[in-house]
Design a protein around this ligand. Structure first.
Ligand SMILES: [Zn+2]
Length: 144
């Protein structure tokens, strides 16, 4: 049963995934107009420049939205429902939203958090969960 995992060698995403494997959340940023973008892609959506650099993000953000998955579409997720999938807006820019799971610990299961306790606007921090050969960005509630 296979999990949904990214292509680590894709032309646009390879640098991003190399970063997560080192524990870094790298964000592609336009050299011409300084606009950050995600997911990685060749051209700046603001100014159409093809020049970019990679900058390390703080890994901090807020829950912008979430869904609770009850009926899995893939067999590998059958035993995990219900689990939540959150959309995080990074502190660096409202342009930067990432989809992931909310965990209680970096190696925790994706269904450990009661979805009824999730609040839009909650502060979260990135954690990199090792899944097969991928360091997958996931999220934990910020400690206050
Ligand atoms: Zn630009």
């Amino acid at each position: 049963m296979s999990l949904l995992l990214p292509d680590l060698e894709s032309e646009d995403g390879a640098e991003f995934w190399a970063g997560t494997s080192r524990g870094e959340l790298l964000i592609q940023t336009c050299v011409s107009c300084d606009t950050p973008r995600f997911p990685p892609r060749p051209m700046c959506p603001q100014c159409q420049s093809l020049d970019f650099s990679w900058r390390q993000a703080s890994g901090k953000g807020k829950i912008w939205s979430f869904v609770v998955v009850h009926a899995p579409v893939l067999p590998a997720y059958q035993d995990l429902v219900p689990y939540s999938v959150i959309v995080v807006e990074l502190d660096e820019s409202p342009n930067l939203r990432m989809v992931g799971n909310l965990l209680t610990r970096g190696d925790g299961p994706i269904n450990e958090i009661d979805p009824n306790t999730i609040v839009i606007g909650e502060s979260v921090e990135v954690v990199f969960k090792k899944v097969e050969d991928v360091a997958l960005p996931c999220w934990m509630r910020s400690k206050k």
